[in-house]
Design a protein around this ligand. Structure first.
Ligand code: AVI
Length: 354
């Protein structure tokens, strides 16, 4: 998500049995080590948010989405539940396209990220209701997340065939050519974890991988009062704190680091000027941490912290109404319709390629 290096990992999951997995694993390890070395030696210190999502972090993220303070997931789910049929109908047969009247193209659903299928299933079920069956293409850099998603969805939703793609869509977006119409889902407000220039690049990349008539469904979180925003990223049960601190535990596990977790504190702050929630890990004391597994030619890395110094671990941008449509138009999409909840906390925007 916060790319420091290009890693190309695009292939269908069904080739997993013949693909040299150790080579992929070593690319991932190299990417991890590079990101950590760069982030912890820069000022201010930072770590990219994609590091959150190891097995423990992915589990903690699922738990966050169940916390009462974390409104985005349930709000977006409510919007999709109310509008899934219309979203599918609009994408399957856009207005003004006459040439397909007798033989409309089939719709397939491509999702960026293989998250838990809770929200996706609403759209898949609507697509099955619309055309009988649907092909679902989850795209993710994690083969294991894709396998889990495939097993669960094929088991739970009749009429859905799953064709996963292992791909780092933050760097490239290249899918097999098809005469099917694609609806790409980028929901869950994941776009908010990118700086605006990165978000613009990502949307343009997706646009260039699509053809006329294809659609993009984008879920974005909207600006609201500060207390609500901060509570969503600092829940009373401390799950988000554990999620943030798990990053250090991961560096201990995978990079031979000796972070003492109790000496760091989770911080969530609203940066009104940048319109984003920032997550940090704040050092409670002056301390030195060693990383012994970075493969620096036999040398270990020492990282010094002053008391109160932070590692910036995540940005979560919040948008003003109308901004997502502007971003979509700037990336070459035509905004079609936007849905929101009664409180206007979250927006789901459908756009298409003209
Ligand atoms: C994945 N992403 C959209 C979440 C968010 O809200 O920015 C990640 C998250 N970080 C802390 N809580 C949730």
């Amino acid at each position: 998500m916060h790319p420091t290096e290009r890693v190309t990992l695009a292939f269908p999951l069904d080739r997993m049995t013949t693909f040299p997995l150790p080579a992929i694993q070593s690319q991932i390890e190299h990417r991890l080590a590079t990101a950590v070395r760069e982030g912890l030696t820069s000022r201010p210190k930072r770590l990219p948010p994609w590091l959150f999502y190891d097995e423990a972090g992915s589990r903690l993220f699922d738990e966050i989405t169940e916390r009462p303070e974390y409104y985005p997931t349930r709000t977006e789910r409510g919007i999709l539940a109310a509008n899934a049929e219309r979203i599918i109908a609009l994408t399957a047969q856009p207005k003004g396209v006459r040439q397909f009247r007798n033989n409309p193209p089939r719709l397939r659903i491509t999702e960026l990220g293989a998250g838990s299928a809770g929200k996706t299933r609403l759209l898949l079920a609507a697509a099955v209701a619309h055309q009988g069956t649907v092909l679902y293409e989850p795209v993710d850099v994690s083969a294991s997340a894709l396998e889990t998603a495939r097993d669960r969805i094929e088991r739970e939703i009749a009429g859905v065939a799953v064709s996963p793609r292992v791909m780092d869509y933050t760097h490239e977006f290249e899918l097999a050519a098809t005469s099917d119409r694609r609806l790409v889902l980028y929901i869950g407000s994941s776009i908010g974890n990118f700086d605006p220039w990165q978000a613009a690049e990502l949307l343009s990349g997706v646009r260039s991988g699509l053809k006329s008539g294809d659609g993009l469904l984008l879920g974005v979180d909207l600006v609201k009062d500060e207390a609500t925003l901060v509570a969503a990223y600092d829940d009373a049960a401390g799950v988000t704190a554990d999620f943030n601190l798990n990053l250090l535990a991961r560096l201990n596990r995978e990079l031979g680091a000796d972070f003492y977790l109790e000496s760091f504190e989770h911080r969530a702050v609203w940066n009104a000027q940048e319109s984003r929630i920032e997550m940090h890990l704040e050092s409670r004391i002056a301390q030195r941490v060693w990383l012994t597994g970075l493969d620096l030619g036999g040398q270990d890395l020492a990282v010094d912290f002053t008391r109160g110094e932070t590692i910036h671990t995540e940005n979560s941008y919040k948008y003003q109404p109308g901004q997502p449509e502007e971003m979509l138009a700037a990336a070459g999409f035509t905004p079609v319709e936007t849905w929101t909840d009664a409180q206007r906390w979250f927006a789901v925007c459908l756009a298409r390629v003209a």
